[in-house]
Design a protein. Structure first.
Ligand code: COA
Length: 373
């Protein structure tokens, strides 16, 4: 046991997990032993979510039953619809998810954790797109939508609620595959928050609400929205080059670059970049993708830094006609799988998480009564 303080707990092992390895063997990423490179292109998001939550890959009939179960859980309780209508239009959609999750916890409380936890995980996975889109459509477009769709997967369901029509096949596939990439990432900040909450023997909804609040920040999930704002700030690669040099001279942090664990590359980035490029071609884009590539080149040349998942996923989502403020909620639609797996794992061998701190305040001193101060 060491008493040395490590800023941000960087590189410190804070527990054991059988769910995911990040950054080992040349900056790879594995979920329960399967590499993401093997899963994308071969699996759909629900297969991966099932693997994370239930521990093993489903066969065809288990997957069909799982997708059917998720489909049956997409309807919002009436009381939640009322709450969603009351949340202001100006709220951030991440706050809508946070409130939605917490409120659902009062309607469908967890009373028997070991029996209910997987069902709650599935309910939240099915309901998160419905929560955000019901609120979004009501406040932004003035329409009350039916949140039930017959779409097979979470990605197509979300897109159908957003676009109010069936999405193009490539768009649906791109979002589905991005959900696999976002599904899990070991002891990242939001997952750790979920585990800290779980470790106090709190309920499932509280753990996920903590996680959503933690994911919201721009150094974590919020980076994809900030990356889009950056890309959209430039009209040409030349403008982007000059702008980046300027930002770096001002020591600005460039969102969508760098990583706390990966040191050479983020293995998820190449995959999502491929999708961004394909979607750019689909849309006939001549601005967003070339600008993004120039920002990428400048960061590599000037800072020896590489894009993380959030950078090219911003461009990809943009080409899918998804409004920027919905980018981080998509992260939630995926990461609920990883968070749930961690809540369940934490409960299996629980110990309250309570680290120490290195005290740097005043030496002990006499208390002075208020009348004498
Ligand atoms: C992800 C992140 C929080 C990791 O942080 P970290 O491992 O603690 O890295 P540090 O912040 O210690 O960075 C080390 C150095 O690189 C710089 N740096 C790190 N990320 C940078 C970025 N995106 N742009 C510019 N400089 C960056 C830091 O300013 C620091 O410089 P210094 O030593 O002169 O102070 C950080 O890279 C970041 O803020 N990235 C942007 C936000 C983002 O994309 N988040 C999503 C992560 S998946």
């Amino acid at each position: 046991m060491t008493n040395q303080t490590v800023a941000g707990l960087k590189g410190v092992s804070a527990g054991q997990t059988a769910i995911c390895t990040v950054g080992s063997e040349g900056n790879s990423l594995h979920y329960r032993g399967y590499s993401i490179e093997d899963m994308v292109g071969q699996a759909c998001f629900e297969e991966v979510a099932y693997l994370l939550i239930y521990g093993e890959l489903p066969n065809q009939s288990k997957l069909a039953a799982y997708q059917q179960k998720l489909k049956s859980l997409r309807d919002l309780p009436e009381a939640l619809k009322i709450v969603l209508k009351l949340i202001p239009r100006t709220a951030h959609p991440m706050d809508v998810l946070k409130v939605g999750c917490a409120f659902l916890g009062t309607l469908e409380s967890e009373t028997h954790p070991t029996q209910q936890q997987c069902d709650i995980a599935d309910r939240l996975m099915a309901l998160f797109p419905s929560i955000v889109m019901y609120w979004y459509q009501w406040h932004h477009l003035g329409r009350e939508i039916d949140t039930h769709t017959e779409a097979d997967g979470v990605a197509a369901h979300f897109l159908e609620l957003l676009l109010q029509r069936k999405p193009e096949a490539m768009v649906s596939e791109a979002v589905d595959q991005s959900l696999i990439l976002y599904a899990e990432h070991e002891f990242n900040a939001s997952t750790f928050a979920a585990r800290v909450t779980t470790a106090t023997l709190s309920d499932f909804y509280s753990a996920i609400t903590s996680a959503i609040g933690t994911l919201r920040g721009p150094l974590h999930g919020g980076a994809n929205e900030a990356a889009m704002e950056l890309i959209e700030a430039y009209q040409t690669p030349a403008e982007a080059k000059a702008g980046l040099l300027d930002r770096l001279a001002r020591k600005e942090k460039i969102m969508g670059f760098g990583h706390a664990v990966y040191k050479i590359r983020d293995p998820r980035s190449d995959i999502i970049q491929g999708w961004a490029k394909k979607l750019a071609a689909l849309r006939g884009d001549k601005v967003i993708y070339p600008v993004a590539e120039m920002i990428d080149k400048m960061m590599r040349d000037e800072k020896h830094m590489f894009p993380n998942l959030d950078f090219y996923s911003a461009a990809a989502y943009h080409f899918c006609d998804i409004p920027t403020e919905l980018f981080t909620p998509i992260f939630v639609f995926a990461r609920i799988a990883g968070w749930s797996a961690h809540v369940i794992e934490q409960r299996q061998n629980n110990k309250i998480i309570r680290p120490g701190a290195e005290y740097i305040g005043p030496e002990p001193r006499p208390f002075v009564a208020i009348a004498n101060r």
